[in-house]
Design a protein around this ligand. Structure first.
Ligand code: PMP
Length: 358
C-alpha cells in the first residue's frame, strides 16, 4: 500500500489552511493593496513590443543584471549594499527562513502582522513567536525586548508600515530591537511608496539589518518582483538559496521599461495618498466607525459594537465591494475591516455601499 499524503506530509503543514485569496470577478477589488491605476497607453504599447520580441525560448538572465542596475538607480540603493531579487517579497521571506532554519530556530514578528511571516516559519520547520502590539497598534518595545531575551530569534520581521494595521512603528524603538536581537532583522517596507519614511539610511548603522521592498503595491503586483537590500556578507550567502531563474524574462524586461519612467508610478502613488486622506476623512465622519491612522495604501477601521464586521463585510460584498475581513484573525482586530485605497470612483462606491450597510 502506498503511503497516504497525511502519513508523509508534516503534521504542521496538514494543520495549515492555505493563504486565502477571495474570488473577485466583477467586484470592486479593494482587498489586496493593489494600485488601482493601469499604466499609460504609450507605455503599455512599448511593453507589448518588448513582450513580442522577448526570447521566450531562452532562460532569463539569472542574475537580472540590467534590471538590478535600474533598480539601484530608481530606489537610490546605497552602493555598498547588495541586492537580491525575489518572485515577490513572499519568496524572499521564504528564502530568508530557509537560510536560518536550524532545528529549534525561531522566527519573531509582532501580532497582528503580515500572515506570511508566521506561515513561512511553519513551511521552513521553524518556531514562531509573535509579540502583541499595544491596543493602539503601536510597538511594545519592552515586550519585544523581553520576548527576544526569551526566544533568541534567528530572524525578526517588522513591516514598516505594518500590515494589516497601516501604521509606522517608532523607528528608534525598532532600532533598539535590531540592536538587541542575536539574529537578523528584516524591515519589510512593502508600503514604502505611501509612507515617506524608510530604514534605508539605518542600514549603515545596523550590521544585522536587511531591508525588503516590493513593486507589488506600487503598481506591478502582476509581475511579482520583490527585493532584499543589505550588506554583501548577508546577501552573498542568501543568493545561494535563490532559485536560479526566479525572476522571469517578462518581469525583468517590463520592470526595467517601467522604471525608465519613474514619474508614472510616483504620480500614481501621489494620487493614492491624496485619495487616502479623503477616504480617511469620509470614514472618520461615519457614525459607528473607528478609523485607525495609516501610512500605507489601505485603511483599517472598526465597525464598533452596533455593527458586526462580518455582517458589514457580507453586505459590502453583496453590493459588489470586496474588502478584507480581519475579524477573528487576532483579538486586537475584533470587528475590523481593511480597505485598500482605490480610484476616486471606487472609493465613492465603497463609501456608498458602506453607508447602506450600516
Ligand atoms: N510584506 C507585506 C507587509 C505585505 O503586506 C505583503 C503583501 N500583502 C508582502 C510583503 C508580499 O508582497 P509581494 O509578495 O507581492 O511582494
Amino acid at each position: 500500500m502506498p503511503a497516504l499524503p497525511d502519513q508523509i506530509i508534516r503534521p504542521e503543514i496538514l494543520a495549515l489552511s492555505a493563504y486565502h485569496v477571495q474570488p473577485a470577478t466583477g467586484m470592486v477589488k479593494l482587498d489586496a493593496m493593489e494600485n488601482p491605476y493601469p499604466l499609460p497607453q504609450p507605455l503599455r504599447d512599448e511593453i507589448a513590443g518588448l513582450a513580442a520580441d522577448a526570447p521566450l525560448n531562452r532562460y532569463p538572465d539569472g542574475s537580472a543584471a540590467a534590471l538590478k542596475t535600474r533598480l539601484r538607480e530608481a530606489l537610490a540603493i546605497p552602493s555598498d549594499m547588495e541586492v537580491m531579487l525575489g518572485n515577490g517579497s513572499d519568496e524572499i521571506i521564504q528564502t530568508l527562513a530557509l537560510a536560518v532554519a536550524r532545528p529549534g530556530a525561531t522566527v519573531m514578528s509582532v501580532e497582528p502582522a503580515f500572515v506570511m511571516f508566521r506561515m513561512i516559519a511553519t513551511f521552513a520547520g521553524m518556531g514562531y513567536a509573535g509579540v502583541p502590539l499595544r491596543a493602539d497598534f503601536s510597538l511594545d518595545v519592552e515586550a519585544a525586548l523581553a520576548a527576544i531575551a526569551r526566544h533568541r530569534p534567528a530572524i525578526v520581521f517588522i513591516a514598516y508600515p505594518n500590515n494589516p494595521t497601516g501604521n509606522l512603528f517608532d523607528a528608534d524603538g525598532v532600532s533598539r530591537i535590531i540592536e538587541s536581537v542575536p539574529g537578523v532583522v528584516v524591515v519589510d517596507e512593502a508600503y514604502h511608496a505611501f509612507a515617506d519614511a524608510s530604514f534605508i539610511d539605518r542600514l549603515a548603522r545596523h550590521p544585522n539589518l536587511l531591508l525588503m521592498r516590493t513593486l507589488s503595491k506600487l503598481g506591478l503586483a502582476g509581475l511579482r518582483l520583490g527585493l532584499l537590500i543589505g550588506r554583501p556578507e548577508w546577501l552573498n550567502q542568501l543568493e545561494k538559496l535563490r532559485l536560479p531563474y526566479n525572476v522571469g524574462i517578462l518581469t525583468q524586461l517590463i520592470v526595467e521599461k517601467v522604471l525608465q519612467h519613474p514619474d508614472v508610478l510616483q504620480e500614481q502613488a501621489r494620487l493614492i495618498k491624496q485619495e487616502r486622506t479623503l477616504l480617511y476623512g469620509h470614514l472618520a465622519a461615519l457614525h459607528g466607525i473607528e478609523v485607525f491612522p495609516t501610512n500605507a495604501n489601505f485603511i483599517l477601521f472598526r465597525t464598533g459594537r452596533e455593527y458586526e464586521a462580518g455582517t458589514v463585510f457580507e453586505q459590502l460584498k453583496r453590493r459588489g465591494i470586496l474588502v478584507k475581513n480581519l475579524d477573528g484573525s487576532h483579538p486586537l482586530l475584533k470587528n475590523c475591516l481593511r480597505v485598500t485605497v482605490g480610484t476616486p470612483a471606487e472609493n465613492a462606491r465603497f463609501l456608498d455601499a458602506l453607508r447602506a450597510s450600516l
